[in-house]
Write a protein of this length. Structure first.
Length: 243
């Protein structure tokens, strides 16, 4: 199976198999496709446009909401900057224009997100594609930091919220009944390890990650089928949220 078919199958699986999380490092994907298609010279990068877009376009109708801009974002990482009109519900003036250097795409809970350097924010941000009202690929290129690794960037969190000031913490939970099976596959986080368990009654799982709003939301969504054992601060916060 060629590079194009591999990528098509991976993207398509997100929707058809109900996968809730996936990460696409634009630099690695585009570089691999460029080599697969025989574009070895720097001057040949522009030739990738016509080869890359069609097989991405062919599957966007089966993808999570607002995958409309996915083809443009894959194409943009040649690498080219993009401008977007963004509906930011967290700001007083909702409609904003951003200049972005696209680094990676991530799917979480069947929703597409773009990670990139936003000139107006002077830093990396993750934004939801379904908040983008318009997107334009520019001819202005940029240089991706050599030490950037999309998987490493998200390695200590559940979801898309990253705060480098948050410490990596040991979190231990107990899942009751069938919830234990749901946590075994797929795991809540890649650091997940299983400890004590009693068949059909409970299982304990330990993680090393950052305690973010998304982690708390995921745990709260499990209701009384999950109990936080450690750390005590998180256990108390969960109690307050439930009550």
């Amino acid at each position: 199976m060629g590079m194009e078919q591999n990528l098509t199958a991976e993207l398509d699986a997100i929707c058809q198999n109900g996968l809730t999380e996936a990460l696409f490092d634009l630099a690695k994907i585009v570089e691999g496709i460029r080599k697969e298609l025989g574009f070895e010279q720097e001057a040949d990068k522009c030739s990738l446009n016509g080869s890359l877009v069609p097989f991405i376009l062919g599957i966007t109708t089966t993808q999570p909401d607002c995958a409309t801009y996915v083809p443009d974002l894959f194409t943009a990482h040649l690498p080219l900057q993009v401008t977007i009109a963004y509906d930011n519900e967290q700001e007083e003036y909702n409609l904003q224009e951003f200049h972005i250097q696209p680094y990676a795409l991530k799917v979480f809970n069947r929703r597409w997100y773009l990670l990139g350097f936003i000139k107006e924010k002077d830093g990396l941000r993750t934004i939801a594609l379904d908040r983008i009202l318009a997107l334009k690929v520019l001819t202005k290129s940029f240089t991706l930091p050599e030490d950037f690794d999309a998987r490493k960037y998200f390695s200590n969190v559940v979801g898309i919220f990253v705060n480098k000031d948050l410490p990596v913490t040991r979190v231990k939970i107990r899942a009751y009944g069938t919830q234990a099976e749901y946590l075994r596959s797929p795991p809540l986080h890649k650091s997940q390890t299983e400890g004590r368990s009693k068949y059909r009654e409970f299982a304990e799982f330990t993680y090393r990650l950052c305690i973010t709003p998304e982690l708390i939301s995921q745990l709260l969504a499990m209701g009384d089928t999950v109990e936080v054992l450690e750390p005590q601060e998180l256990r108390e916060e969960m109690k307050e949220r439930i009550n």
